[in-house]
Design a protein around this ligand. Structure first.
Ligand SMILES: *Cc1c(COP(=O)(O)O)cnc(C)c1O
Length: 488
């Protein structure tokens, strides 16, 4: 038997014993992080974690508490210096946002309040709904639409496809499972579609063979004639088309599918129109991309990230769904322990958990709410436009350099290119450019990433960085040439 009496005589908590001491350290942490962000330009983009730092992160489970000052010291020595680098002005890898100092502080406030933003009558529920409403206004999406904040684009895409699947005709797939569908459901997406869509289709229980890979044209946009051909063939062969995924900015090159044409096909064929606009949807804030992205307003669902092109700290993505009931019907459940009450803490807005898989949810809307207010949407539009202008600037620099070859048309914020001194085989160019990229990283000069286009290794610059300046792109071009000449 446990001696409970003794336990009760010695009650403890996780709060500090010396509040003032921790508060002093906390102020130091704020000072240090502000200095870190303020001086980040003078640091290398990336540093390889040292053997020592890795060894220090490979220790047994602590049994006893340690001194917080020493823990913080270990953070400063073993963790902070080996950061990924997406806070740096010359980071353009994958598609990764930069974060901001004010949003960093919002994260601290959210963690301090620590509400579970799932259910109840409390401020986080209203902040969340406010941010969803602002996201709709930002994209000129219907005001009656529903929405949900998620950890990112992958989760927003899968949530959208689950809703599309569950609402296929009146088959009650949510209740009866896929066996209720008259035929194998199939979905259409271009070959340039992000891999998270395949994962989503797999998790939806359809199997990856349910994806029809639509060809792309020379500009990496969906070939609509091929799309129509595939749908006709599927209908003839007894498959059940249910959804088309359009890309508003593909991950490889930033291509925008012909969304108007896809919308047309969806209407004609009675299919769910989902848009993956992970970063590209935000280009809708600029006058130049209004037309190309107009069809987003008519999409059944749109997935996009706020941690990419809205520069929020990780994580926060958004899903908007035009038909609120279709959305709610896919996830709502009211077990006895989650019933909404008329008054008290268990009252409040429709539980957010009725709109997605997650029950426990953090207060990720606070950083968005504070940041939208801090800058105003016009400032974000200016920065998105600046990032696009910088990509075209890099393209113009590349076009002036006979030793650098553009590998895809620049349409938004992504530039794919390679060093090509004209006298090397394809095989050699592949390994040379890969080597150049690894050297750029290792020397801490710049962090573009990579992709493979038509078998060619491309150095890929994806710009969702509010700290980048013109000179950073000039440095990238000269570093690539210098390294290329030195290695080849
Ligand atoms: C980044 C990205 C995703 C995935 O979003 P996460 O936030 O990383 O989960 C999906 N589609 C496209 C086009 C992307 O760029």
């Amino acid at each position: 038997m446990i001696d409970f009496q003794k336990v009760l005589e010695n009650e403890q908590s996780l709060d500090p014993q010396k509040w003032d001491e921790m508060k002093t350290l906390a102020h130091q942490m704020v000072d240090d992080m502000f200095a870190y962000l303020q001086n980040i330009r003078n640091e290398p983009v990336w540093r390889k974690p040292t053997q020592e730092s890795k060894a220090n992160l490979d220790k047994p489970l602590p049994q006893k508490g340690e001194d917080i000052t020493q823990i913080y010291q270990s953070f400063k020595e073993n963790i902070l210096p080996f950061n990924k680098g997406n806070v740096h002005p010359r980071f353009w890898s994958w598609v990764q946002g930069t974060g901001t100092p004010f949003a960093m502080m919002a994260e601290m406030l959210a963690a301090g309040m620590n509400p579970n933003a799932a259910i109840g009558e409390h401020s986080a529920m209203y902040v969340e709904n406010q941010v969803i409403d602002w996201c709709k206004q930002m994209l000129n999406y219907p005001a009656e639409a529903s929405g949900l904040l998620l950890s990112g684009g992958s989760m927003a895409n899968i949530t959208a496809l689950l809703i599309a699947r569950n609402n296929f005709e009146d088959k009650n797939i949510r209740q009866k499972g896929l066996k209720a569908a008259p035929h194998q459901l199939v979905l259409y997406a271009s070959t340039e579609t992000h891999s998270c869509v395949q994962k989503a289709v797999e998790v939806c229980g359809l199997g990856s063979e349910a994806i029809r890979n639509v060809r792309v044209n020379a500009d990496f946009q969906m070939d609509i004639a091929h799309l129509k051909e595939l749908i006709a063939k599927d209908r003839k062969n007894g498959f059940a088309p249910f959804c088309i995924v359009g890309n508003a900015g593909t991950v490889n090159t930033g291509a925008i599918d012909p969304l108007d044409d896809i919308l047309e096909v969806c209407k004609h064929e009675n299919l769910w129109f989902h848009v993956d606009g992970a970063f590209g949807a935000l280009a809708k804030l600029t006058p130049e991309y209004q037309t190309a992205l107009k069809a987003i307003e008519s999409a059944d669902s749109i997935a996009f990230d706020l941690h990419k092109w809205m520069y929020m700290p990780y994580e926060v993505g958004c899903l908007l769904v035009k038909d609120k009931e279709a959305h709610r019907n896919s996830f709502a459940l009211q077990p006895s322990y989650l019933l909404s009450h008329e008054r008290g803490l268990a009252a409040g807005p429709d539980p957010i958990t009725n709109y997605g898989m997650e029950l426990s949810r953090g207060f990720k809307s606070l950083k968005v709410w504070m940041s939208f207010k801090e800058h105003g949407i016009e400032k974000f539009a200016t920065l998105v436009r600046q990032n696009i202008a910088q990509a075209f600037y890099l393209e113009s620099l590349i076009k002036q350099e006979p030793m650098i070859e553009l590998l895809a048309p620049v349409t938004m914020n992504i530039v794919c290119f390679r060093f090509n001194p004209q006298n090397l085989t394809e095989e050699k160019l592949f390994s040379l450019n890969k080597e150049i990229l690894m050297r750029l990283h290792e020397d801490g000069l710049a962090a573009p990433s990579y992709t493979i286009l038509h078998g060619k290794y491309a150095i890929r610059m994806a710009n969702v960085n509010h700290r980048s300046q013109k000179s950073d792109f000039e440095a990238l071009v000269s570093d690539v040439i210098r390294l290329g000449l030195a290695i080849s």
